[in-house]
Design a protein around this ligand. Sequence first.
Ligand SMILES: *Cc1c(COP(=O)(O)O)cnc(C)c1O
Length: 414
Amino acid sequence: MYDVVRQTDPEIAGILEAELGRQRTQLEMIASENFTSRAVLETMGSVLTNKYAEGYPGKRYYGGCVHVDEAEMLAKRRACKLFGADRAMVQPHSGSTANMTAYLAFCKPGDKILGLSLSHGGHLTHGHPVNFSGLFFEAVHYEVEPGHETIDYDKMREQAKRERPRILVGGASAYPRTWDYEAMKSIADEVGAVFIFDMAHIAGLVAGGVHPSPVPFADVVTSTTHKTLRGPRGGVIVCKKEHLKAINKMNFPGIQGGPLMHMIAAKAVCFLECLQPEFKTYAQQTLDNAQVLASALLDKGFKLASGGTDNHLLLVNCKPKGLNGKEMEELLESVSITCNKNTVPFDEESPFVTSGVRLGTPALTTRGMGADEMRKIADIMDRAVASRDDENALVILRGEAEEMGKAFPLYPEF
Ligand SMILES: *Cc1c(COP(=O)(O)O)cnc(C)c1O
């Protein structure tokens, strides 16, 4: 693998090899990560990267766009089919720029947006003060409720009536429950707001038909393509017909320059893969695995935010086990399980320490793991916590985790 790069740049070739090795060895439980197909990888590494194509199919600012036009049209058609959407815009470089495009298509700097607070599971781009969304707009936030740690839509309605935001944002990076899209649409309508739903995390589950879809309810739906959707790193927007013009215009010339045509073609490949029956099976297994992992962890006395999960991720509150999130992340890394520390609702620790970790099943499910492996992972976690000061015990646990991973080869052809 990487023979050509090695001839030109042995340093980078070494890094690529080492990263492939790491991805193969560790158990990847970062909820936002996944492993793309070889078809997606090959398309990302294609000659389409050489092409400038500012504008949209049939209306470009450059010549020679005949083939990239076809790729972008395919990606758009497939995205619409996959999500049952009126229209799609497939140029966002990332989930963040997709959100920037969606916001600026409907409001001006200084306008008010209402989204889920970061510390309760929302994303930086939902109005956090250090992010463009908090810098450009007047951001206000809803939170989950103490106790059940889910969203109270009556409270959201009261807050929306008080604040009268221009945009109501739904979606999250660390919220393990389903959403009441219908309630959010009615809240948005009642206060004259646009309802934007950011399904970055759950898009693959929605595509696989195992999680309710926001598309029939939201005015605009933004997403990443690289999380549960398992495609190239990038963004996509689907929307009602009447909004496409504003979305297109804000993406280009508003925010981005030339689209990444190799990534757009790879998104088309991803959408085609998601339209296959096998993807439905994958999405269901991802969900089932999260359920099994959740109940196995609860059995072992771990505490989960909201008590469980409806999707592909869980938020584990580590405090009852005597660890903070940072310590748990490091402990799990020492036994070859990769995850990220994460605040839990009403966390008393700082975002650099946190009380929890976020665990997701999308990547391990892609490797073919099922219920038995999830129970084994819960067991390894439990034993790692119990023997966290015993270096020898941790080495044994690491061996067990890596051995289990070896039975599910990643990119065996490479
Ligand atoms: C991951 C994520 C994003 C940002 O995606 P990037 O591609 O990392 O910019 C936006 N919104 C939500 C809810 C996310 O989870």
